[in-house]
Design a protein around this ligand. Sequence first.
Ligand code: FES
Ligand SMILES: [Fe+2]
Length: 366
Amino acid sequence: MTLNAEILNHLEPAKEDNAHTLPACLYTDASYLELEYQAIFEANWQLAAHKDQLQNSGDQVICEVGRVPLVIVRNQEGQLKAFHNVCRHRAGPVATENGNNKVLRCKYHGWTYTLNGDLRSAPEMNSTPNFDVCQHHLPQALVEEWEGFIFVSVKDNPPPLAEVLKGIATSIQPIDLKKMTFSHRDEYVIDCNWKVYMDNYLEGYHLPHVHPGLSKLLDYRSYDTILDQWYSYQFSPLDRQGEDNPNNFYGEGKAHYYCIFPNLMLNILPGRLQTNIILPVGHDKTKVVFDYYYCDLDSEQTKKLIAQDREFSDEVQDEDIMICEKVQIGLNSGSYEAGRLCMKRETGVLHFQNLIRKVLRDNFSV
Ligand code: FES
Ligand SMILES: [Fe+2]
C-alpha cells in the first residue's frame, strides 16, 4: 500500500517554527491501523515480559505484537527464544497461556515443537507423502533483555535495543530497576486511538487543567522535557514533602517519565516503577496495561505505598481517560484537521509525531 499525496504532505517533518499535529484522519480512519501494525509495532522493540517470568528452562510467556502472536521461552540450554505462536500445520496456537512446558504442543492437532522451535513430532503424518518433520520450524522473533525486562521484535532489523534505551539506567541512579519486583497489573480499555493516549502522556501542559491532585505533587514550573533519539524524558522534582502535602507519599527525589517509541512508558518514582504499554485494539479503542514494580515488596512500608500508589494512579488515569475520550470525539467530529503545538510544553508530542511521520513515509511512500 502507498499513501496518497495529500497525506504524504502532512507527513513531512514538522519543524519547531511551524509545529503542528498529525492530521485528524490518522486518528479516525481505520485503514491506517494496519500500516501502523506493520511499520511501527512489528518493526520496533516491544516490552513483553519480565525476567522473573522466564527464569527456568521451559518457562513460557505469550504475547501479541501488532498482528503476530508470539511465545517467548527459555530453552533447555538456558537461552531466551521467541517464536511465532502460529503452528506450521494449519496456524493453530502452540501455546495458549503462560507457564512451564518441556515442549510447545499445538492445541489443534498436537504437532509438537522443541524449545528451539523445531518440529519434533506430528501425529499420524507418517504415511503422508513428501512430509518430513525436519523441514518445519516455527519462525523466530528477536528477543533481548534490558535491566530485567524482556523485549521482542517481530522484524529482524529494529534499531538496536541498547541504542533505543541508552542513558536511561544511568540517569535514574541511584534507582536500580534490576532490584524491583513485580507487584500487580491494572488494565484499562479506552475509547480513543492509541496515539491520542500517547500524545496526552507526552506533555505536562494539561497538568494544571486535568490533574489537580498530580499538580500538587509535581512542581509544574520545574517540569521539563528532554528529547533523545527514540524517547522523550519528562521529569520534575517531587514538590513539597511531608505533612503539608498528603499527595506526596513517595518521599524525596524526582519523578522520571520516559516515553519510548512507539508505545512504552516507564514511570519511575523513588522505590517504584510503573510500566505502561499502549496497545491498539481497534483504530478507536486502546488497551493500556499498567504493571507495578517495587523494591522490598514485603516490607510494611512498601505495602502501604502500594495501596496509596494504586489509588492515586487510578485517579490520575481516570482524568486522562476522560480527556482522551473527549479528544477522540473532537477528532471524529469533522470540525478539526490539525492544530499548532506549544513549543514550551509540547516538544515531546512533536518528537513522537515526527517519528510516526518518518516511519509512515519511509514505509509507504513510493
Ligand atoms: S494447527 Fe497445529 S497441529 Fe494442526
Ligand atoms: Fe495526564
